[in-house]
Design a protein around this ligand. Sequence first.
Ligand code: ZN
Ligand code: ZN
Length: 134
Amino acid sequence: MERLTRQRIAIATVIEAARRPLSPQEICDAAQAHVAGLGVATVYRTLKAMIAEGAVRGVELPGEPPRYEPTGLGHHHHFRCDGCARVFDFDACPGGLDALAPKGFVSERHEFVLYGKCPECAARKRGVGTRARR
Ligand SMILES: [Zn+2]
Ligand SMILES: [Zn+2]
């Protein structure tokens, strides 16, 4: 198989399997298990093509570079771990948020992010698990 195709398949597989939005570096690290020597520049290039095709979308948290997830996931929200900086999906939604819009405004969608500790980081002793990881 052509190297370009193998790279593309590896990147798509990593994004699909993650079940959470990944940074380009996380995608690169995981895809290297499939394609040795894969570089982050290739990941960026491939992501750009996949976004243009509508297969992948960016997830933007305030003040952070975008992470990427497959399009076509159902309605869901994100949890960012302050311990390891990973972002996770969750399906729960309070609903009824449209009703919070000021009088006369028509709310059509919403976004929110929960911040805290993932189970791994929460299990670590306080003050020990604060290393940053992308
Ligand atoms: Zn964590
Ligand atoms: Zn929601």
